[in-house]
Design a protein around this ligand. Structure first.
Ligand SMILES: *[C@@H]1O[C@H](CO)[C@@H](O)[C@H](O)[C@H]1NC(C)=O
Ligand SMILES: *[C@@H]1O[C@H](CO)[C@@H](O)[C@H](O)[C@H]1NC(C)=O
Ligand SMILES: *[C@@H]1O[C@H](CO)[C@@H](O)[C@H](O)[C@H]1NC(C)=O
Ligand SMILES: *[C@@H]1O[C@H](CO)[C@@H](O)[C@H](O)[C@H]1NC(C)=O
Ligand SMILES: *[C@@H]1O[C@H](CO)[C@@H](O)[C@H](O)[C@H]1NC(C)=O
Ligand SMILES: *[C@@H]1O[C@H](CO)[C@@H](O)[C@H](O)[C@H]1NC(C)=O
Ligand SMILES: *[C@@H]1O[C@H](CO)[C@@H](O)[C@H](O)[C@H]1NC(C)=O
Ligand SMILES: *[C@@H]1O[C@H](CO)[C@@H](O)[C@H](O)[C@H]1NC(C)=O
Ligand SMILES: *[C@@H]1O[C@H](CO)[C@@H](O)[C@H](O)[C@H]1NC(C)=O
Ligand SMILES: *[C@@H]1O[C@H](CO)[C@@H](O)[C@H](O)[C@H]1NC(C)=O
Ligand SMILES: *[C@@H]1O[C@H](CO)[C@@H](O)[C@H](O)[C@H]1NC(C)=O
Ligand SMILES: *[C@@H]1O[C@H](CO)[C@@H](O)[C@H](O)[C@H]1NC(C)=O
Length: 754
């Protein structure tokens, strides 16, 4: 055994790759459980995975047991297997965890760690557990500090993720690559999009920035941040997926390469031509491979030779220049060859989103041609991006044999509705595993990290279970660790979550709601077209009886009578805000319908319109006060994070503009307005309420026959546009406006059946 380890180590050193080490997991324990640094022992066993991988890792295995001298021994065949074993002990035995928006609760571990009478063990059912969507880097992480990243990466490691995307800082390497070609500072930076919009520039959907240019300071700082991120990912035993050259280039490239084969990408979502129609350097052009080599060697020089897996998407919401089968095959063949020339072990990771999003273009022949250009199946890895609702792997015959990953997308634009598909997320990936020989991983591809954290946990845990997880027990155990630190957890919390499990989180009506919903309070007011939207992004149809949620609210609220310490528990505070938010979002519907019926009744009475309007105003004000008690639900958190990225006030204004614009108008003139809407304190009464007030006035002034949507929208825009540029959170203090407990005490009586 020892000899084998030494041999592995020697061969790893000879190959120039890093040997695996337990340093990452030991450091994680020191960070999160400093009092217990000496209480755990980590040891590699079995066929230990080496890094950087050339190909696929082995199935992960761990076991956790107690040593005679009272330590907790975690053994596993990779650093992530060790992290998964540690997590199992922390969650199942100590009932503690680390959470989005709440932070690490691992400091609640008891002074003396309970020993294990029976060892625990686990085996992953898939070699890969993937995480992130390219757009998560903008919707969620645009303004993250290193501290935010540290929490995120610990969350990922403990939950067994071994294949995270790592996009941060891309622009620096890209800039240097273009500069080497002879392009100038006047030609390259104007191509980049603003700090909150980089994801879509990376996809080739948009180019350039409105209201200011991406500054060098940003580009440099992000590059430095990425050094920390990739170093930590590697230390924890993950395989980072790094960017590369996609083909999207500043159009000025033709100055230095006059004969370059450059074509235009398509227009994206109604953006003005100056911001879209991005130039695409054809991969068959020899310059493409040259750029690829230059980029990848610069990237390796900066972050080390830490991966062979590269993220590369050419046609996300972007129509290929030609639908000719040979054309498509040549594009992917040349792209793949460019990667191989830069890194002989390269694997191309791509989203399968395009095949769903533009199904009319991507018929079976074209998909086969494009994927077929990559001759060796193992040189590619496809993300079946929205597997829980619109899987593409069946129709593409398992991506014609390419290895692929079953992903839960779950939400668009980090919208916030409570939502989940507990059945599909447990049953379908396991069915797929039995059916598709090239399925090699489960993953999370959310556009943003909203709430609903249990749905994300569920799929990552499913990756360690060969049969579908039984969700009733799962939710019960999850609640236990969620509210750690309370001594006992009142039964009401278990029953509140149980009623949500079988309703809110058991959506099976995919024709009405394929993903997280948004409340109509967040969308631009109108007299029709708001209720019952079934579009996948931002549908407004709620597929459960709203009374069930009201009752879950009461049950969970009264849990704090049983155990008042819950009012000090950050998980409880977060969840009560979230459930209250959804209850009010649902109430909003009936008030909206009253307003419209008041408007539609003849004779048209200002008094009845005003009465209905008052109810809407009350809901938005109440909602705002609830949301503003919690920084996770506050506009100010997002805006302050943006401003904190710089000490230069001019740049801080520009970053704040970006932050505001993404969640409201999304584009210089509202090109995809409200796509990434949020129920946040400061927005509810600072942005949405003023819009509704404009609407109320418009209704009062306008007879039914003269209703003019264009005229209404012009008025709304007169408010929406200057809001983008303001720098104070209108109508709401920057921070909590009262304690949640006293606000909810005042509300609970009125939250009955309606
Ligand atoms: C060890 O794992 C590697 C990588 O998955 C695999 O190629 C190899 O066959 C395994 N060796 C043994 C002895 O299981
Ligand atoms: C893993 O744990 C299960 C349940 O305790 C047990 O039945 C099984 O034998 C264990 N497997 C190994 C390899 O230790
Ligand atoms: C990287 O991490 C170090 C601490 O290890 C920290 O001091 C530094 O600020 C981080 N860099 C960035 C760009 O956040
Ligand atoms: C990465 O690998 C390449 C090719 O083997 C080598 O030339 C280069 O020096 C390595 N870079 C680093 C930073 O290790
Ligand atoms: C979820 O709903 C479906 C019906 O839509 C039902 O058959 C199933 O039993 C429900 N599952 C749970 C866990 O409640
Ligand atoms: C699961 O998703 C599929 C689409 O893959 C859908 O047809 C099916 O109705 C869903 N099942 C449930 C139980 O939601
Ligand atoms: C807004 O309402 C008008 C009038 O009913 C309707 O014609 C229009 O389609 C609606 N707009 C949207 C975006 O639903
Ligand atoms: C306003 O809301 C109350 C309940 O709070 C309801 O009784 C009343 O009918 C509503 N009025 C209108 C005009 O919608
Ligand atoms: C702040 O940034 C702006 C825009 O890049 C720049 O013009 C200005 O010189 C900077 N101010 C300071 C004090 O660095
Ligand atoms: C209703 O209010 C609007 C202004 O808000 C006003 O122009 C209109 O004359 C009022 N209608 C009646 C019947 O009072
Ligand atoms: C609706 O309003 C727009 C903008 O004010 C105006 O150009 C258009 O003529 C109006 N339509 C009708 C039918 O009045
Ligand atoms: C917003 O501010 C920018 C400068 O930061 C300016 O160029 C732009 O005209 C302003 N836009 C509006 C609508 O006021």
């Amino acid at each position: 055994m020892y000899l084998l380890v030494i041999l592995l180590w020697v061969s790893a050193v000879l190959a120039g790759s890093q040997t695996v080490s337990t340093d990452g997991i030991i450091n994680l324990v020191k960070r999160r459980l400093p009092d217990h640094a000496g209480d755990f022992e980590f040891r590699f066993i079995g066929n230990v995975t080496e890094f950087p991988l050339t190909g696929q890792p082995a199935i992960d295995e761990y076991s956790v047991s107690s040593t005679p001298d009272g330590k907790i021994l975690v053994e596993g065949n990779s650093p992530i297997a060790l992290a998964s074993g540690l997590h199992r002990y922390l969650t199942d035995t100590l009932h503690i965890d680390i959470w989005w928006y709440i932070g690490s609760r691992l400091d609640l571990a008891p002074e003396s760690l309970p020993p294990l009478d029976v060892p625990m063990n686990g085996t992953s059912v898939v070699p890969w557990r993937y995480f992130f969507n390219t757009v998560t880097f903008s919707y969620t992480a645009a303004f993250w500090t290193w501290e935010d990243w540290e929490l995120e990466l610990d969350w990922l490691a403990l939950r067994g993720v071994n294949l995270p995307l790592a996009w941060v800082g891309y622009e620096k390497t890209l800039l240097d690559t273009f500069k080497e070609l002879g392009m100038t500072d006047a030609e390259i930076p104007p191509f980049f999009s603003g700090p909150a919009f980089q994801a879509w520039n990376r996809f080739g959907n948009i180019q350039g920035s409105w209201e200011g240019e991406l500054p060098m300071e940003w580009i440099d700082n992000q590059f430095e941040l990425q050094k920390n991120i990739t170093t930590r990912m590697v230390e924890l035993g993950m395989t980072p997926v790094l960017p590369c050259i996609t083909g999207f280039v500043p159009s000025a490239i033709t100055r230095v390469l006059p004969n370059a084969m450059v074509v235009n990408g398509s227009q994206w979502d109604g953006f003005p031509v100056e911001y879209t129609d991005v130039a695409f350097l054809e991969p068959v052009d020899p310059a493409f491979a040259e750029l690829q080599k230059s980029f990848i060697s610069k990237q390796a020089a900066a972050y080390g030779n830490i991966t062979h897996i590269y993220t590369l998407d050419q046609y996300i919401e972007n129509t290929p220049y030609s639908g000719d089968l040979d054309y498509l095959r040549n594009v992917s063949y040349s792209t793949s060859q460019s990667l191989k020339s830069a890194d002989p072990d390269a694997i191309w990771l791509m989203q399968g989103w395009l095949f769903f999003e533009d199904e009319a273009f991507w018929n079976s022949d074209r998909i086969e041609a494009y994927l077929g250009g990559v001759e060796n199946n193992d040189d590619m890895l496809v993300l079946d991006l929205f597997s829980e609702s619109v899987p593409q792997w069946q129709r593409t015959n398992s991506y014609f044999g390419k290895p692929w990953i079953w992903c839960q997308l779950h939400d668009y634009g980090q919208n916030m509705g409570l939502y989940g598909q507990i059945m599909n997320v447990t049953i379908n990936p396991i069915d797929a595993l039995a059916t598709s020989p090239s399925l090699v991983g489960f993953g999370l591809s959310m556009e943003g990290q909203e709430g609903n954290e249990i749905m994300y946990d569920l799929l990552l845990d499913q990756a360690w279970s060969g049969s579908p997880i039984e969700t009733e027990t799962y939710f019960h155990n999850w609640v236990t660790r969620r509210y750690a630190g309370n001594g006992s957890i009142p039964d009401q919390l278990y029953s509140g979550w149980e009623s949500m499990r079988s309703t809110v989180y058991n959506n099976t009506d995919l024709s009405n709601a394929k993903a997280v919903t948004r409340s109509i309070l967040e969308i631009s007011p109108n007299i029709t077209g708001m209720v019952g939207r079934t579009v996948q992004n931002g549908g407004t149809t709620v597929n459960y009886d709203p009374e069930v949620l009201v009752s879950a609210f009461h049950t969970m609220f009264y849990a704090a009578n049983t155990n008042p310490a819950l009012w000090e528990n950050p998980a409880y505070l977060y969840d009560m805000v979230d459930v209250t938010r959804q209850v009010y979002s649902n109430y909003f519907l009936s008030s909206y319908l009253s307003l419209i019926s008041a408007y539609n009744s003849t004779p048209h009475s200002n008094a009845t319109i005003a009465a209905a309007a008052q109810n809407i105003t009350n809901i938005l004000n109440t909602l705002d006060s609830v949301l503003s008690t919690n920084s996770a639900f506050s506009l100010s958190t997002w805006l302050n994070a943006a401003r904190s990225m710089t000490t230069n006030e001019t740049l801080a204004d520009f970053y704040e503009y970006n932050a505001r614009n993404q969640i409201t108008l999304w584009g210089p003139n509202g090109e995809i307005s409200d796509y990434a809407s949020k129920s946040w304190g400061g927005l509810a009464n600072g942005y949405y309420l003023p819009r509704w007030e404009i609407f109320f006035n418009y209704l009062e002034e306008t007879e039914i026959g003269s209703y003019n949507e264009t005229a209404l929208n012009e008025r709304l825009f007169q408010f929406e546009l200057p809001w983008q540029n303001s720098t104070s959170v209108h109508g709401s203090p920057m921070g909590p406006s009262g304690s949640l407990q006293s606000i909810l005490n005042g509300l609970v009586g009125s939250l009955g059946s309606r």
